[in-house]
Structure formats: C-alpha cells, structure tokens
Design a protein around this ligand. Structure first.
Ligand SMILES: [Zn+2]
Length: 286
C-alpha cells in the first residue's frame, strides 16, 4: 500500500496542475462574443506641438499615446489600426523621426494579442484608419486579413505620389497582397449594425473611424486621427499636415452631431490623458 502522505501530495499536485491548466485555458481562449479590447501601441513625443495646433505652443513638447484595438464578434475579429512597429521595443530610448517626433514602444502588439488568445493569422479583418506610419507599423503581421479601406485612401497609398499625403510605401508594402475590400462610404462590417466603419475624410484623402455599439458599455467611436487630443477637439483645430483643412473641420462638426444624436463617446486614439482612463487588454468592454 502506498504511503498516505505521498498519495496526498500526488492528489494536491494533480489538483494544482488541473487548476493551472484551467486558468491558462481561460486566459488564452479567443472570445466569440462582441467585445472591444484596447492595446498600447507605442507613444509619440512631439517636439513642437504647434504643428498640431497652428500658431499655438510653438516649441513646446507634448506626448501623444498610440492606440490600436481588437473587436471580437461571433462572425470574426477586426483589428483596428496596428500602431508603431513592434521592432521599436528593441530601442527603449526611442527613434527620432523627421526631427519632429520621438517614437517609442514598450510592448509589442503581437504579445498583447497573444495574451488574449489571438494569433495574428486568426484576425479576419484589418481596419486601418489611414496610412500614416503610426497606424500601419505592424500590418505585415496580418497578411491573411481582409483589408477594409476607403477607395481614396487605397488609391493615394498605392498611387504615384504617396509622399504627398505623408505616406511611406515601405511601411505598408505587404498590404498590396492582402485580400482587399475597398469602401466608398460607411460600412457595416458584420452586417448587424454593431461594428461600422465611418468614412471621415480630411486628415488624409480616405480617412475613416470605427463605430462600435456595445450592449453594456454603450456606443464608442474610435477616432483614427479625426483629432489627436481633447483640446484640439474642443477648439476644432486642424494640424498643419492634414490633407484638407476645410473638410477636416466639417468632418469634426458632423461627428460632434453624430455623437450627440447617438449618445456615443469619442475615444481619441492619440490622447494620452483620456487613454489613461481606458481599460486595456486583457480587460475589455462588452
Ligand atoms: Zn496618428
């Protein structure tokens, strides 16, 4: 007969392993219900903030955060923006870009997806607000996802003068091979009105935002770069590098009406202070 102490040890060890397995399974099973996850996708130190608010704050620094999001749905998943490149985590001091920005990242998007049970190849749709480098940094991780993009943005990005719009084709060259669905207006991604790409032109030729209607957490609009921080939203200021200034103002005004009519909140993707109050993955909104 076995020693009762050894039996007890064996019993508890087995229980422990079962508990750990259950815990691990819970953490890594992808969700099939409607959820919104927020990820930290880097930060941007702006060396002269007046480029975002012409004539104001010349020479002053301001730090912007950089966000990307995953929407899970019974019919599949949508990644919204891909942030700065995961390669940046190898350079903790950051990389200076165009003498205007210092770009940093402390966590990879891949690891944050992994933590909630997602591998990049399982993402069904890739929604990119626009083609600037801080939004397309990791598109190469998602070659199988169907790209959902306004036609004007796609044409500008892959046309003859991408630099005219602040686009660098080297940062998104893999997108040329992705399955593609070009859009010419708002688009209901899963066909049930819960996840809608909103055409919001001005920042770039085919800029878009993402509207998510959650049963418990309410209606949330992910801004893209409709606006970069709250003070500019309040004063409807337009950065010097926007594609179309008048259109940018009109889009902001229209969006303000839309938010009021739909009792929706605006999550400004680059707003450091607002972002600090948002739950990040593995927590989620549903
Ligand atoms: Zn941006």
């Amino acid at each position: 007969m076995q020693n009762p102490k050894n039996l007890a040890r064996f019993f508890f060890a087995t229980l422990l392993i079962l508990a750990m397995t259950a815990c691990a399974t819970r953490q890594t099973t992808p969700s099939s219900s409607l959820r919104l996850y927020a990820f930290n996708c880097g930060s941007i130190d702006v060396l002269d903030i007046s480029i975002f608010q012409p004539g104001i704050g010349k020479g002053e620094h301001k730090t912007l955060t950089n966000s990307c999001y995953l929407v899970t749905h019974p019919k599949g998943s949508l990644l919204w923006d891909t942030g700065l490149s995961d390669e940046l985590v190898k350079t903790p001091e950051g990389i200076t870009f165009m003498d205007a920005f210092v770009l940093r990242s402390t966590r990879t998007l891949a690891s944050q997806l992994n933590e909630i049970g997602y591998k990049s190849e399982t993402i069904k749709y890739l929604g990119i607000s626009h083609m600037h480098g801080d939004h397309v940094g990791n598109v190469n991780l998602f070659p199988r996802a169907t790209l959902l993009m306004q036609k004007e943005e796609y044409d500008a990005a892959f046309g003859s003068e991408p630099g005219k719009y602040g686009f660098d084709p080297a940062t998104y060259s893999t997108l040329r091979s992705n399955p593609l669905q070009t859009l010419e207006g708002d688009y209901d991604v899963f066909g049930d009105g819960t996840v809608i790409i909103k055409r919001m032109l001005g920042h770039t030729p085919g800029h878009q935002a993402l509207y998510v209607k959650l049963p418990k957490s309410g209606n949330i609009l992910l801004s893209g770069d409709l606006v970069h921080y709250t003070d500019n939203w309040v004063h409807k200021r337009v950065p010097v590098f926007n594609f179309d200034k008048e259109q940018s103002v009109k889009t902001m005004e229209d969006t303000e009406k839309f938010l009021k009519e739909n009792h929706a909140v605006l999550w400004i993707q680059h707003d450091l202070e607002q972002n600090a109050g948002i739950k990040h993955a593995p927590a989620y909104y549903d």
